[in-house]
Write a protein that binds this ligand. Structure first.
Ligand SMILES: C[S@@+](CC[C@H](N)C(=O)[O-])C[C@H]1O[C@@H](n2cnc3c(N)ncnc32)[C@H](O)[C@@H]1O
Length: 207
């Protein structure tokens, strides 16, 4: 699966949006505590990690794709550490290691059991009062229901490429162990705006 992402990243690097902080990052950062470290999951080429660091946050920027890490824009930034991490595996971090866990369009590729394990790992590595901020695909996406259905809201949309689509209701269920700060479908992303995909699901929660 990371091979597929390696080739997608070779396409992404040529897009304008890859070189600027996401709409979601610029909005979500208002909820982040000033102290501590942000763990970014599926950071891709690191435009959001670089943005958080430029604002003075310490960041651990992670992805499982070697190509994403090679192309990452955080190289040389003193506040950012880059690390390969497959988020379907238990995290190699102690409990309560991070003040924020952040993921932009990266936690919507997994079946329900893996998604539950991932959200529980996110909670485990957050400090008490820590923030989780997620932007994910929504069931309003025109791609929803296309391809082969694997389970509720999970589809193999093209060969070997599986996507989960969240509603506010399903996100509420997956995140029931967090205190909800924001849960809505007002999310936007430059990449999705280009293809008319709107109403992404935004979740900000507190441990
Ligand atoms: C749509 S891209 C988003 C990348 C970046 N956050 C952005 O917005 O440009 C999804 C990212 O998730 C990463 N990813 C997918 N599955 C992963 C996994 N199991 N563990 C870690 N990263 C994963 C991909 O390599 C890719 O960088």
């Amino acid at each position: 699966m990371s091979d597929l992402w390696d080739s997608i990243h070779q396409r992404y690097v040529r897009q304008d949006w890859i070189h600027k902080p996401s709409i979601f990052a610029q909005w979500a950062v208002q909820y982040f505590p000033a102290q501590g470290t942000i763990l970014e999951l599926g950071a891709g080429q690191g435009q959001d990690s670089a943005y958080f660091a430029a604002l003075g946050h310490r960041v651990l920027s992670t992805d499982f794709s070697s190509e994403a890490l090679r192309l990452s824009q955080v190289s040389g930034m003193p506040l950012v550490t880059l690390r390969q991490l497959d988020m379907t595996q238990p995290f190699p971090f102690e409990d309560a290691s991070f003040s924020v866990v952040y993921a932009h369009l990266s936690v919507h590729y997994f079946d329900s059991a893996a998604t539950k394990r991932l959200f529980s790992e996110i909670r485990r590595v957050l400090i008490a009062g820590g923030i989780v901020a997620l932007l994910v695909n929504s069931t309003d996406d025109p791609e929803y229901g296309t391809g082969t259905r694997m389970e509720d809201d999970l589809f193999e949309v093209s060969e070997g490429f599986v996507k989960r689509f969240f509603s506010t209701a399903s996100m509420e269920k997956f995140t029931e162990d967090f205190e909800r700060v924001i849960l809505d479908n007002h999310g936007e992303a430059y990449k999705d705006n280009e293809i008319g995909v709107k109403k992404l699901i935004r979740f900000v929660g507190r441990k």
